[in-house]
Design a protein around this ligand. Structure first.
Ligand code: UDP
Length: 324
């Protein structure tokens, strides 16, 4: 198949590209390298089946040319990471809303099956456990920048569902804290990257608040497999899927595991949310996916235990992550 991966130089995108290339597909990546990195796809450039377009999804002419030639689209290009969104809300909103609108408009015009990447952040600070795809969303006020990401992704989902209603085979995957090789070591968007970098430097691991907030960290191989199933299982069209692990871990436990795995002399230090993010910040204290729909319709279940995934991520950080 000829597959277009938007954001294919990013963390999830480039890992997806590797699997798709391994299956023998012809892959085109469009990425403006704002969050993604050339080094994530450099090893593919020599293949005749791989094409890289360094451009933004806001450029509709480029996008139209690429989508016209595609049999399938994975739309992962986005400004991701709470910190990026809080720092540059305008850039994030425009890319995340207009960019997806562009992709879907062209997918509809040329009738190309599409998977849209969304996020567990959709649910905001909802205390519901586990979070089912159809549960209510609970967001703070518009003056708290963090929630603009949730709303931007919600608009993306509304667009996708609206096109699905018109018959376009489009599916939505909501990621729950994906991690693994190629996480940005600067760790803008991921606590695992930050803790690993800190531990490998024997610097303090900075845990926000009491560290009892929880996440279900999902190893990238699982995330990629769930994404691909959403593109290939016929019943997935027109639906939303949680793609996440069921292993709930507190941030403090995570910090302790990483210290242990790295054999680090680092201490664990607590800082307040206010110190970390500024005054206008609100936190999601628990985030656990309901995985039943993904299991029943996609046949998907995350398989990698956190400890194994952390070990494999650490191996990459030691070898390559600390240099980039
Ligand atoms: N966190 C932390 N120290 C950090 C970065 C994050 O304690 O240096 C916490 C953060 O408060 C949150 C969790 O780790 O509860 C996950 O944060 P991340 O930014 O990785 O993802 P998200 O908040 O989007 O789930």
């Amino acid at each position: 198949m000829r597959i277009l991966v938007t954001g294919g130089a990013g963390f999830i995108g480039s890992n997806l590209v590797d699997v798709l290339m391994g299956q023998g597909h012809e892959i085109t990546v469009i990425d403006n390298l704002s969050v993604g990195k050339a080094s994530n796809i450099a090893h593919q450039l020599s293949s005749e089946r791989f094409h890289f377009v360094n451009d933004s999804i806001l450029n509709v002419n480029t996008l139209e040319r690429l989508i016209r030639q595609a049999d399938l689209i994975y739309h992962l290009a986005a400004v991701v990471g709470v910190k990026y969104v809080v720092d540059d809300p305008l850039g994030a909103i425009v890319t995340n809303v207009r960019g997806t609108e562009n992709v879907l408009e062209m997918a509809f015009k040329y009738w190309v099956r599409t998977v849209i990447a969304s996020s567990s952040e959709i649910h905001g600070k909802s205390a519901e456990v586990p979070l089912h795809e159809d549960d209510d969303r609970l967001l703070g006020p518009t003056t708290v920048g963090r929630w603009s990401y949730s709303d931007a992704k919600a608009i993306d989902e509304y667009f996708a569902l609206a096109y699905a209603k018109k018959g376009l085979p489009v599916s939505i995957v909501r990621y729950f804290n994906a991690y693994g090789p190629r996480l940005d070591p600067k760790g803008y968007g991921s606590v695992i990257a930050k803790f690993m970098t800190q531990a490998l430097r024997d610097a303090p691991l900075i845990v926000y608040d009491d560290g009892r907030q929880t996440r279900c960290f999902t190893f990238i191989e699982d995330t990629v497999r769930g994404t691909m199933l959403a593109a290939t299982v016929p019943e997935a069209a027109g639906r939303v899927f949680n793609i996440g692990s069921s292993q709930e871990t507190s941030i403090l436990e995570l910090a302790e595991m990483i210290c242990q795995l790295t054999d680090s002399a680092s201490e664990i230090q607590h800082v307040s949310y206010e110190q970390a993010y500024g005054v206008d910040f609100e936190e999601t204290r628990r985030r656990v996916p309901d995985v039943s729909r993904a299991r029943d319709i996609l046949g998907f279940e995350a398989q990698t235990p956190l400890k194994d995934g952390l070990q494999r991520t650490l191996a990459w950080f030691k070898k390559e992550g600390m240099e980039t």
